[in-house]
Design a protein around this ligand. Structure first.
Ligand SMILES: [Zn+2]
Length: 289
């Protein structure tokens, strides 16, 4: 079954909601980066929230989330777009902490640092926003992000379960946002649903169909606007890395040709290796001159 993301509105448009399951996305990331369980959980949750934030964008717009909590995992970086594509990596994939048989995301990520969100809205400048990490709990951090950076009261739920064999059992999330014109009763309504949303991985285990979860939260007062597929996808190519090498400048490239006769580049996001032969490098050099 393909991983899906649903955009919905509820209560006559006073609330909008994004819900996604990212189990396959997470398994792809685990395979790509050989992630250990708590590292997998942290990257999975970041990709999940990134996919839902990507779904808030239009057309060719895209975003990057970079989290540095000063914990053992190092930086967590994800890119997502409006079409359900996400890619991501962590500095240290072989990190694992658990407490009372629960994955300990907070210790893995750290709780003393920043979350950067950079949006490419295809305008002249990138839109970037930084918030200090408060607790290390990613769902709470992004609730805070939406309140501070986007002035949108939101409920963010994220859940990931990793099996003993280091595969992802379930993963996914939901963002519920109060739109301008919402009523006091909408807030009270959502507060009463907080307990079930808080155990999101249990919800995902019990309900394969995301619309069942929407129904649990909103009863029949919601409307699905769009359903899309989501996937772990890296769009890197040798051409893109050529352009990157070109930015080193001719002097530096000449030095590489002289000293190493070739260059090997690895994509952080998907671990694909690209080998640039002497001839490749000379062609890049010709392009600069
Ligand atoms: Zn790549």
């Amino acid at each position: 079954m393909k991983n899906k993301l649903i955009k919905a509105i509820a209560f006559d448009g006073r609330i909008r909601a994004y819900i996604t399951n990212t189990t396959d996305v997470t398994n792809e990331a685990i395979k790509t980066h050989d992630l250990w369980p708590s590292a997998a959980s942290v990257l999975s949750k970041t990709m999940t929230v990134g996919l839902m934030m990507g779904a808030m964008l239009k057309g060719e717009e895209a975003l990057t989330i970079k989290i540095d909590g000063n914990g053992p995992i190092g930086n967590v970086v994800i890119d997502s777009d409006s079409k359900g594509n996400v890619r991501g990596y962590v500095d240290k994939p072989h990190v694992h902490f658990s407490r009372k048989q629960t994955l300990d995301d907070v210790t893995t990520l750290g709780y003393n640092g920043y979350i950067d969100v950079v949006k490419d809205l295809k305008l002249k400048d990138l839109y970037s926003s930084t918030i200090p990490i408060q607790s290390g709990d990613l769902a709470k951090e992004f609730t805070y992000y939406f309140a501070m950076s986007e002035q949108t009261p939101s409920v963010v739920a994220l859940g990931t379960m990793i099996n003993e064999d280091n595969t992802c059992r379930v993963s996914g999330g939901m963002i519920i946002q109060l739109m301008p014109g919402h009523q006091e009763s909408d807030i009270v309504y959502l507060e009463n649903k907080y307990e079930i949303l808080n155990k999101f991985s249990t919800l995902l285990t019990e309900h394969q169909d995301l619309t069942e979860i929407l129904k649990l939260v909103f009863d029949d007062n919601f409307k699905v606007l769009e359903t899309m597929d989501v996937r772990f996808h890296c769009d890197c190519t040798k051409e893109k890395f050529s352009a990157g090498i070109a930015t080193l400048g001719s002097e530096e490239i000449e030095k590489i040709i002289e000293e190493d006769e070739q260059a090997e580049v690895i994509c952080h996001y998907c671990n694909t290796q690209y080998l640039f032969s002497k001839e490749d490098l000379q062609n890049i050099l010709k392009g600069i001159k």
